[in-house]
Design a protein around this ligand. Structure first.
Ligand SMILES: Nc1nc2c(ncn2[C@@H]2O[C@H](COP(=O)(O)OP(=O)(O)OP(=O)(O)O)[C@@H](O)[C@H]2O)c(=O)[nH]1
Length: 323
């Protein structure tokens, strides 16, 4: 077998597609791709332009990657996807996937074809990896039981909301919501029923939220809610409606109908708030004040409440302040 024939055999056996493009986006050569699971046979593209093959916007992007590789003389690594409608010429027996993700590695070639510089473009099908990464991202951000933000993603979203250049830089308030006597619920009807109640309350709260407000489960039976664009008095009114809504919406948990109640603390977010912990602390302090009022209550944070809280800590003989 001649050397060139051997090279072609090897290139065509590559599992991923390898393209050679000219600087104006002409398919100069196409190799491999037998195992890329797209069903695309790209060999017929040879001699055609990217603009004949791909949707205009995509062709434009692809050409910009080729140009970048040639102008900088550096390898470019890009990620792109073909949507269902972009997948032209699939054989009838190939089921059309919703989308296919690729990683493209584009490297300048020391070859000139018809007076044009060229690049080699290796296209690796990364669809499975992409979905796995997406799933892992979701799992790391979403609370599994309720489907709302977990503590980490809630606080991270909150810190973005508070950035000075955030588009929704305006009045915001924060609620801390805790389910009342939850230990008693768990102890009397079981943990599984308890889980159903946590889920139910997250759902009821979500139904009441609109616009850019959002909720996170930040503890076992504790939720935080960012009320976007709401002043302290608007947020307190909202919290009161929420308290009543929860109380009036019974939950079926196993063999029981439960009418859970919630205690809520409200605080406004000030322009000079820089530490999320301070905001959560204020809402938490107000929420505990609602508990001390007998639960099923809404309280606004105030310095008086903070002083009360400090006094009640003073009365606990096994806790003392460091300074
Ligand atoms: N079912 C269930 N229970 C949880 C979960 N996370 C925490 N808990 C329980 O929630 C209960 C919280 O109890 P406490 O903090 O004592 O408060 P409480 O009984 O709700 O009383 P108050 O807050 O004072 O009204 C504990 O029994 C925890 O075991 C969870 O994910 N599922």
């Amino acid at each position: 077998m001649e050397l060139s024939e051997r090279y072609f055999t090897v290139l065509d056996s590559l599992p991923d597609h390898v393209f050679v493009f000219s600087e104006s986006g002409i398919y100069v050569d196409v190799y491999g791709g037998a195992e890329n699971a797209t069903g695309f046979d790209c060999k017929p593209f040879i001699g055609q332009s990217l603009f004949d093959v791909a949707p205009p916007e995509m062709a434009h992007d692809f050409l910009s990657y080729i140009t970048a590789a040639l102008e900088t003389n550096q390898t470019q690594t890009v990620t792109y996807k073909f949507d269902k409608q972009d997948m032209i010429d699939l054989p009838a027996d190939v089921p059309v996937p919703q989308e296919i993700w690729f990683e493209g590695i584009i490297k300048p070639l020391p070859l000139v074809e018809n007076g044009e510089r060229t690049v080699v473009w290796m296209a690796k099908n990364i669809t499975e990896r992409h979905y796995l990464e997406q799933r892992l991202k979701e799992l790391s951000e979403i609370d599994e039981l309720t489907g709302v933000f977990n503590r980490r993603s809630f606080t991270s979203t909150l810190s973005h909301t508070l950035l000075p250049d955030h588009p929704h830089q305006q009045n915001h308030s924060l609620l801390m919501v805790d389910i009342d006597r939850f230990k008693l619920i768990n102890d009397s009807i079981g943990h599984v029923a308890g889980d159903a109640i946590i889920k139910h309350i997250a759902f009821v709260i979500q139904q009441q939220l609109s616009g850019t407000s959002y909720i996170g489960r930040i503890g076992g039976e504790e939720f935080a809610i960012l009320l976007s664009g709401m002043t302290l008095s608007e947020a307190t009114k909202f919290a009161e409606q929420l308290r009543v809504k929860v109380k009036d919406t019974p939950c079926i948990a196993g063999d029981y109908i439960v009418k859970p109640t919630i205690s809520i603390g409200v605080t406004s977010i000030n322009k000079d708030d820089t530490d999320i912990k301070d905001i959560l602390h204020r809402a938490d302090t107000a929420m505990y004040y609602s508990k001390s009022k007998g639960r099923d209550n809404v309280s606004q944070y105030s310095e008086d409440i903070e002083r009360d809280n400090a006094r009640s800590i003073d009365s606990i003989n096994f806790i003392s302040k460091l300074i």
